[in-house]
Design a protein around this ligand. Sequence first.
Ligand code: DAH
Length: 369
Amino acid sequence: MENLEQLKAEALNEISSAADIKQLEETRVAVLGKKGKLTELMKGLGALPTEEKIALGKQLNIVKSEVEKALEAQKNILEAKALDEKLKTETVDVTLPVRPEQQGRIHPVSKIYEEVVAIFGQMGFDVAKGPDIEDQFHNFNALNMPANHPARQMQDTFYINNNPNQPFDMDSAYVVRTHTSGMQIRTMENQRPPIRIIAPGRTYRSDYDATHTPMFHQVEGLVIDKNITMAHLKGCLYDFMKAFFELDELPVRYRPSYFPFTEPSAEMDIGCLKTKTELKIGAGTDWLEVLGCGMVHPNVLRAGGINPDEYQGFAFGMGIDRLAMLKYGIPDLRTFFESDVRWLKHYGFTPLDFSSMTGGLSDNGGLAR
Ligand code: DAH
């Protein structure tokens, strides 16, 4: 019995002072293993007279379960300690950049696209998307430009044969859309007023110089409701331009113009300062044309299945690439599509720099660039 008390005291002491799981396991083997001290005592029970066997057996079982409990408790402590230490060496600073060096850039066109969507999105516009390959009805006819209308010559159209087994037929040919205005019709076909959409996307014309490329980007806008007026158009586009150029004050003017799909039509200019080396938006006495707009022509409403005696609205269209050139001072449009990584590094944006009206459009407070 004395031996047993001593054995228990020693075992519990060793268990509680075990510094790691390995040491604890050694103690377990030394006490409870096949040749452990307690196991040996249990083996010796058989040789004892019955009464002693019962008394000692009971004691041995009590000690055994106490030792097992102590082993389990210490194991939990040591495992938690090991985990703590592991976590300490593996801490991650989530405020660090994703990589030592941020790789990859968002193209200025994608950036402007996001900015435009963020601004109009906050004004309550939905984004409408449509096909790049368009039929002549949506690209021209329904926009008050029937065949032989002189305005068709304003746009250098790429035509596509719509049946490869037949000779090219001008009347049934498809086009790659020359503007996003066809989305006005597609929207009216799918949605009843009130309508408030922008339609950003790719457009195509046979043209190539410093400010024209065969593929470019536009954003179309369309608002239709019962009492929409030219005043709404002016206010909406004025608010957009101020938000887009991130200016509190911006002189603007609307000049009378002509588009077949709007009546009256206008072009919007913004105030700027032009020098040989610099273009400063929002200051000076020069003007820069930024978009075309007007009140939707009754013929266009009719083509979209909307009664012009009940509804009216305004529309506008502008070049996304041109906005990018103006906002970020990029002189040549052709460089947009050359895929030169040095150019992209210089003019591009970091992928983490999201555009939003509340968090900043082009500047998220220092994290960018
Ligand atoms: N579609 C015209 C273009 O490509 C731009 C435009 C002008 C769109 C006036 C409009 C508008 O919706 O009202 O030049």
